[in-house]
Design a protein around this ligand. Sequence first.
Ligand code: NDP
Length: 418
Amino acid sequence: MQNYGKFYQKPWEERINLIKKNEKLTEKQIQILETAAQNKTLGNTMIENYITDYSYPEGIAFHYLINNKDYIVPMVTEEPSVVAASSHGASIIAKAGGFFASTSERLMIGQIIVENVEDTENLTKKIQKIGKELLLVADQAHPSLKRRGGGTRWLKTRILAADLVTIDIAIDVQEAMGANMINTMLEAVAKKLEELLNQQVLMSILSNYATECVARATCEIPVELLAKKGISGENIAKKISQASRVAQLDPYRAVTHNKGIMNGVDAVVMASGNDWRAIESGAHAYAARNGQYRGLSTWKLNNNCLIGELELPLPVGFVGGSIGIIPLVKVNQDLLKITSAQELECVIVSVGLAQNLAALLALVSEGIQKGHMRLQLKSLVIAAGADAIEEQTVVDKMLQAGKRDLESAKKILKEIRK
Ligand code: NDP
């Protein structure tokens, strides 16, 4: 470690030189680090000890008809098939009239955890008495939020243990995700609390369990739109609703069901410059809100229609955080033609539902691998060392031979290079 000195204080060139000196990287690897460092100023602004940019591909999903408006959706992901599946799911739903999406208010919960409490009931009463004053302190700590129509909405207390109480404050964050704003507000309240009640505060921070900032998408698909080669739409719809039941019953299946939803959700969250860890953690907690981890979406067969529904917490921002800093995010907002955080929520929850439909459709018909195979083979063939011209030929030969492994890719590549 000492070989790196005060790395954070050094200019970029010196950081790279230190890596060259201290690590066993080849010239080519160092060159990769250097060439990828395309946004040094931005990188240095955004994170600490910046050395390079790690880029992900961005693609566009089509056919999104949400609340009667057409969208094209930028998605950032490293996983093959996600964008194609998204467009496929959305195209079926568009033929059925599209998604109907809605959002709750945009309230985020901030927590102040009080520790070493002697009498929790008594403290709770005292806090309720000074509740209004505490909310005022919070609003005064970030007055611009109130001026925009946001700010604190309510305060509640919950006893966590004989010595621990949490004070939950709901804050309307308007167009931002709100984490920094809320943390500032909470710290002001914690200070006041210590002053007024002489009570020890363990921590003050927002909760990522955003139960008061929820988005919902539904769709209603006539079963005939689901028909696939040799399988009737009704049969597929029955199997999808059965798969949905399994995701409600079995956490092993539910996690994978939800991972498929998050394939789409995360890709748009990333493209829109939002904090995907916040969305991920909140979504999975929401999936377990009734005591058992379940699928976030449901599909039910009713009157010859497959009815899909997805609800999840989506505390995304339209401003704030890295949104105003990364130029591509503004481009993506313009591609999406969205004008608010709530509209972004509607898009994201719809993408989650489309992604889920596409995955279930594949799973209950031909299986997931068929659709994935070509793109997976492409990645494999590139890993084997093929260039852009060789890639197609090697993929075709692997498909013909029914091979899917790296060893075979290398062998075929060697043969075509002879
Ligand atoms: P910011 O700190 O950037 O605050 C939001 C900014 O947006 C403020 O400067 C605000 O201006 C401005 N703004 C402009 N217009 C509006 C509007 N209409 N509504 C609301 N705000 C507006 O971001 P957040 O507070 O949203 O925090 C998000 C960041 O915090 C993310 O990067 C996240 O990763 C990070 N974070 C996450 C944590 C977590 O999830 N647990 C913990 C800590 C940080 P003004 O100042 O004038 O009000």
